[in-house]
Design a binder for this molecule. Structure first.
Ligand code: GLV
Ligand code: GLV
Length: 337
């Protein structure tokens, strides 16, 4: 019998239709709330060999408890904090993600949020649409310069490096903090200087968050961290909502302890805290940093390739392009053709 896979939501049909060449595909509709309840994820996983999911499908011990056949989960996204990878690995489930194909697009959007927040682009548009232009004065909507400023990057992976390379074109000085320092050649290429966390906070005119979410990075930007930043600074988050204490951020933005923020990610997506919605000095985007036409298709195509290969089919049978936990399931992939 053909393997069965769960496709958690409609993506690009002409891309996901390739799954039907090898598998019986269970297609489900996303509930009205925008996210599946844990019980719905569990029942969709119960009788399938693989799943292709997005970052709002959370899969851990509870969700796979009855999923005896499950062998592969292909995540559409580079981040995979929605998946309990150790639990999946010990159950023999291969996890894959979609790195690389979204690096430059996400770096572009990090810069878009940075410019919009620092130069108050969305606030200015709202002001104009509200009919306030006749109240214009010479100091209306003053923002912060990017050129000549210091950009801090927290989390210097592929996306962080993409942002650093863009910053060179703007004549910015680039500081970064990362668990491990980059090789010297990469530092030279990005002209980025490694500093400790406190120095990054204190010296950045603009700080961009691009680090993975984990228990270790949970609320790494909290009230204490925000207090170490310049009150004139801009904060941009294209990582995961959970790396920022949003109430502390809203408080700092409301009380002049931080100038502006640009957010693409939130704790509790698709809900956004009213404390953030109430502020003018924050640019809010609905998790679209990788959402260019070409890149979103490329992410789905990579996830489809991963799932087909992980279940032992296609030209890369047994050798999915971008596994996350290959070690945990080594030798367990059976090649079908
Ligand atoms: C999006 O947030 C991703 O992880 O790809
Ligand atoms: C993600 O791919 C990153 O390394 O930043």
């Amino acid at each position: 019998p053909r393997p069965r896979v769960w496709l958690s939501r409609p993506l690009f049909e002409d891309v996901t239709d390739r799954l039907d060449e090898h598998f019986d595909v269970l297609r489900t509709a996303v509930p009205e709330a925008g996210v599946y309840a844990p019980g719905q994820v569990a029942s969709n996983l119960r009788d399938v060999d693989g799943a292709l999911v997005t970052l709002v499908e959370r899969i851990g011990a509870t969700e796979i408890a009855g999923a005896a056949r499950l062998r592969a989960v292909a995540n559409v996204g580079v981040g995979y904090d929605n998946l309990d990878v150790p639990v999946l690995g010990s159950a023999g489930v291969l996890v894959t993600n979609t790195p690389d194909v979204l690096t430059e697009t996400t770096a572009d959007f990090g810069f878009a949020l940075l410019m919009a927040a620092a130069r108050r682009v969305t606030e200015a548009e709202r002001w104009l649409r509200e009919g306030q232009w006749q109240r214009w004065s010479f100091d209306t909507l003053l923002g912060a310069d990017l050129h000549g400023s210091t950009l801090g990057i927290l989390g210097m992976g592929r996306i962080g490096q993409g942002i650093a390379r863009r910053a060179l074109g703007f004549g910015m000085r680039v500081l970064y903090h990362n668990r491990s320092r980059l090789p010297e050649a990469t530092e030279r290429e990005c002209r980025a200087e490694h500093v400790d966390f406190d120095a990054l906070l204190a010296n950045s005119d603009h700080l961009v968050l691009v680090l993975p979410y984990s228990p270790v990075t949970h609320h790494i930007i909290d009230a204490a961290a925000l207090a170490k930043m310049k009150p004139t600074a801009t904060l941009v988050n294209v990582a995961r909502g959970g790396v920022v204490d949003e109430l502390a951020l809203a408080d700092a933005l409301a009380n002049g302890r931080l100038a502006a923020a640009g957010l693409d990610v939130y704790e509790g997506e698709p809900r956004v805290r009213p404390e953030l919605l109430a502020l003018r000095n924050v640019v809010l985007a609905p998790h679209i940093a990788s959402a260019s036409r070409a890149t979103r298709r490329a992410m789905v195509a990579l996830a489809v390739d991963n799932l087909i290969a992980a279940l032992g089919y296609g030209p890369r049978a047994g050798d999915p392009p971008t596994p996350v936990n290959a070690d945990a399931v080594a030798g367990k992939i059976t090649v079908k053709r």
